[in-house]
Structure formats: C-alpha cells, structure tokens
Ligand binder design. Structure first.
Ligand code: ZN
Length: 252
C-alpha cells in the first residue's frame, strides 16, 4: 500500500454499512445477494433498515434441461422464499436474459430509474473488477450499477422528470470482492444466511451446499477475526468522491 493512503482513508471517513437506512442491492441473478451478503442483509433488516433487491436477470439459463421460462419461474420462487428468510420484502425484476445479450448503457439507465424512485443511501452490487470473473452478467451488472451511481442525478445522461427530488447517495458496497475494506459482524445472522442459500435448491445440490458452507465458514471466520467477531462478511466500500478518477481506490 502506498505510504500516504492511510491518511487519505482517515480523511474520507467511509460510512459504516450498518449505519445506512435504505439499501438497494443490485444482483445479476437470483441468489447472488443471498450467497455473498445474506448475513449482512439479515442484520440490516433486523435493525429495521429497508432493503430492496433488484435483479438484472431472472437466472433463466440456470437449470440444464429446462426451458428458460420454466427455469425463471422456479428461480423466482426460490428467491422469494430466500428473501423472506432474510427479511427482504421488496423485489424488482428487470428480466434480462441470463448470460444473454443486453446493453450495459440501457441497463445503467434502468438502474438509474430505480435509484431515482427508491432513493437509497447505500447501493450494494457485485464487484465488476473481481479478477478472473468470467460471468458476463456479473461484469455487466457491477459496471452498469457503478455507472448508475455516478450519473443518477445527471439529467443529461438520463432525462429527469419534473417532480424528481434529488437525494444523496452515501456509498456503494461491492460484494464478491477480492479487495474488501469493511467487515460486517454477523455472528447472530450466520445460520440465517445458509437457510436462505438452502432455498436455491435448483442451483445448489446437497454436495455443493456442504462445500459452500465450508468455504464461507473459513472465509467468514478470517474476516471475523479482523474485527473481533466470530463471523463477518467483507465489502469494498466507496463514497461518491471515489467513483471517478480516484487513484487510491485499489488500496483503500
Ligand atoms: Zn450470479
């Protein structure tokens, strides 16, 4: 890490995820938020925070041997059950084709519309800069969401209606990240996360579930130790000043 970065980090004062009140969680597929951040989401809803799930695709390429429409129906039902376990009541579906063709700039504008309507103070999404990430929906979702966070108050990029009242976004928190800079203590929510993941039966067979459990237990304990907890989930948090041309993001 560059020698001056800690000083910059102290100056920026990144908000704590638990201190945010209205959270929009943008996900490529049904299950991504639950798997990456389910315990944090359960903690936020238990604290009375509002969490909205926004899905870019309905995961309709996710079951071999079933049609896209059958798959989408099953995966949406699984997600509704998982979200209920985590205390999430509001689910929005954009229904783009899973692993299909769609435009990132059109997606960005759709997400801008949701941001203007929901007015979140925190946006969670996948880290589009995860090294070796292959899935186009993850790269597209993270990129379009980050661009939407940059431009949601810009009437030139996307026309704004007359009655729009601007609001201030506090931060973005990227999950599935290789560079976490904030850890959320989730000792009381650790089991709930796996109850939610268990609902995605079309994606995770019992063998895979066992493997997931081990993987997340190892990682959750490692992250937990950093903040004096048994388990934690990790996020890369950025504030709006860091969304563009900010060289220290890699180290902060
Ligand atoms: Zn996914």
């Amino acid at each position: 890490m560059e020698s001056y970065v800690n000083e910059i980090k102290r100056m920026l004062q990144l908000p704590k995820i638990e201190d945010c009140d209205n959270i929009l969680c943008v996900q490529p597929h049904p299950d991504d938020g639950d798997i990456s951040s389910g315990a944090t989401v359960a903690k936020l809803t238990s604290l009375g925070k509002k969490v909205t799930y926004l899905f870019v695709t309905d995961g309709d390429a996710g079951i071999n041997g079933k049609s896209r429409s059958e798959t989408a129906k099953i995966r949406k039902e699984e997600e509704v059950r998982a979200a209920k376990i985590l205390g999430v009541k509001d689910l929005i579906w954009l229904d783009h084709p899973d692993a299909g063709e769609y435009s990132v700039s059109d997606l960005r504008n759709e997400i801008i519309d949701v941001i203007r309507r929901i007015k979140p103070d925190l946006i969670m999404t996948v880290d589009p800069f995860l090294p070796y990430e292959f899935h186009p929906d993850h790269i597209a979702t993270g990129t379009a969401t980050a661009q939407a966070a940059l431009f949601y108050n810009n009437p030139t990029v996307k026309e704004i209606g007359k009655n729009y009242v601007p609001h201030a976004l506090k931060a973005m928190a990227f999950f599935f990240t290789a560079s976490p800079n904030q850890f959320v203590c989730v000792d009381d929510q650790w089991e709930i996360k796996f109850q939610a993941i268990f609902e995605h039966k079309s994606q995770i067979n019992p063998e895979t579930f066992k493997l997931y459990r081990k993987y997340f237990d190892i990682k959750g304990k490692f992250y937990g130790e950093k903040i004096g907890c048994k388990y934690a989930e990790g996020f890369k948090v950025l504030i709006p000043e860091m969304f563009h041309a900010f060289a220290e993001n890699l180290w902060i």
